[in-house]
Design a protein. Structure first.
Length: 315
């Protein structure tokens, strides 16, 4: 399906060096922000208390957040849980909290319920759960492990489907997207939670899909347009898939934008991570991965197998 068709190929590879310099500068800045500012980890990673409450009527989440801020909870996550009446509250450990396990649960839940009674009355306590720093550090390790496994899986898949040049180029471009997302979260000190980690993993798969589409067209063009040079093949592959890129990414971004605007605080940073990933995913798949493939020496001979001469056909 195509919205439009461009007759003349756009010379992307003519400006490949400029695109990659911009990409490199953005990547370096993201790494600097990660090391200097660090990620603002959520309660799931740092430890805290999860409190589930229920109201008789639909809960006013903004009123609940205001009540908790008034009680000294600077950072918290408040969201509906299953129904408009059920509310899930995650709060970090506050100063003055002592002991561990059940002791922390009682102190934190008592403080939360006292705040709700004063500013958002009508809440009934349903469940309290304590997340210790040790569990949080385990989640960090598991998240990093998941990221590494996804990267390894992508490398193996691309190496089997294409060849090592495409695999290396695609994974560099995809890691470029991940680091830039993390750089944005470090620079603005947005909360990095488990939903955001899920968004980062989703961006990896989403970005590699765009790279595969372009690489498929590169392979096809090498086989059908034998008079084209390698830069011309890459330009043709990118130009011929622009319409598909606009349709795919445009539709996806519409859904993500609806989550960003109407999803509330619970989905805000999840949607932000996806938005950054989609924008830079297009950029990296087209203007980072393709030049890298060219500079690594991809050529027509790697896709066209020489004809085998049978013994009977020899003169």
């Amino acid at each position: 399906m195509e919205l439009f068709r461009i007759k003349n190929d756009i010379p992307f590879m003519r400006h490949a060096l400029v695109f990659n310099v911009i990409s490199l500068v953005t990547f370096v800045l993201a790494v600097v922000f990660l090391f200097t500012r660090g990620l603002h980890l959520s309660v799931e990673f740092t430890g805290g208390t999860l409190v589930e409450v229920r109201y008789q009527q639909a809960a006013d989440l903004d009123k609940i957040r205001e009540a908790l801020r008034g009680a000294g909870f600077k950072e918290m996550l408040v969201q509906n849980f299953g129904s408009p009446q059920d509310v899930l509250i995650r709060v970090p450990l506050t100063a003055g909290t002592t002991g561990g396990g059940e002791g922390v649960e009682k102190q934190q839940s008592s403080k939360v319920m006292a705040a709700l009674k004063a500013g958002a009355p009508g809440a009934e306590l349903k469940r309290v759960e304590y997340v210790g720093p040790q569990v949080g550090s385990e989640l960090v390790k598991n998240g990093i492990a998941a990221l590494v496994l996804v990267v390894i899986g992508i490398v193996i898949y691309l190496a089997i489907r294409f060849e090592w040049r495409f695999s290396v180029s695609a994974i560099i471009a995809n890691l470029h997207d991940v680091v830039i997302i993390l750089g944005f979260f470090a620079f603005f000190q947005w909360e990095f939670s488990l939903p955001v980690l899920a968004a980062v993993l989703a961006v990896l798969g989403y970005s590699v899909n765009e790279s595969v589409v372009v690489f498929d067209r590169v392979r096809e063009t090498f086989r059908t347009r034998r008079k084209m040079t390698t830069p011309q093949v890459l330009d043709h592959a990118i130009t011929s898939t622009i319409s598909r890129t606009i349709i795919t990414h445009g539709c996806t971004q519409m859904m993500v934008l609806s989550m960003l605007v109407f999803g509330g605080e619970a989905l805000h940073y999840f949607a932000m991570a996806l938005t950054i990933g989609i924008i830079f995913g297009i950029y990296s798949s087209v203007l980072v991965a393709s030049p890298l493939v060219m500079w690594l020496g991809v050529s027509r001979e790697q896709f066209i197998k020489p004809k085998q001469v049978l013994e009977d056909d020899r003169p």
